[in-house]
Design a protein around this ligand. Structure first.
Ligand code: MG
Length: 167
């Protein structure tokens, strides 16, 4: 019998370019910068996707949704999270909670935290109380501090008794 919990860790970072808005956590935050990427470059939803996939030891977002595939160009990253959630539930597992950190020098994300938590809860179909989120600057240090990059870290806890699933 397997242990009825699984933990997953996700990380992502993107380069920043001039001009907003900044897509983060499934919403458009007014900003003078945007994240550069093949899809909508949502660093938080990408880290959530990888945390979920990692928790079930499946291939990461880059292997499931390659940036060489035209289908993924400008794609809403909610699609990636939804597919990861489908794979989790297909195994008979449920998402207990997740906790997220976004590292960005600008814009200030605190005013948008509640909307982002609501949107993530909606995408995953879990209560908002199961979604933790905080934002940090790096106090001007390094590429994030110089507003050249944005990054996100996410941990997720799954619970349930895993069903055998075909590879
Ligand atoms: Mg990414």
């Amino acid at each position: 019998m397997s242990f009825p919990f699984r933990v997953g860790l996700g990380y992502d970072s993107h380069r920043l370019g001039n001009g907003g808005p900044l897509r983060i956590g499934g919403i458009d935050v007014p900003a003078e910068i945007h994240a550069i990427g093949h899809s909508d470059a949502d660093v938080l939803l990408h880290a959530i996707t990888d945390a979920l996939l990692g928790a079930i030891s499946e291939p990461d977002i880059g292997r499931l949704f390659p940036d060489t595939d035209e289908v993924n160009r400008k794609r809403d990253s909610a699609d990636f999270v939804i597919e990861a959630v489908r794979r989790v539930r297909h195994r008979g597992l449920e998402i207990g909670n997740l906790d997220c950190v976004v590292l960005a020098q600008q814009p200030k994300l605190a005013p948008y935290t509640e909307r982002i938590r609501e949107r993530i809860a909606e995408i995953i179909d879990i209560p908002i109380s199961a979604v933790g989120m905080k934002s940090k600057t790096t106090e001007g240090v390094g590429p994030i501090g110089h507003a050249e990059a944005i990054a996100s870290h996410v941990v997720v806890l799954l619970h349930g008794v895993e069903k055998p699933v075909e590879a």
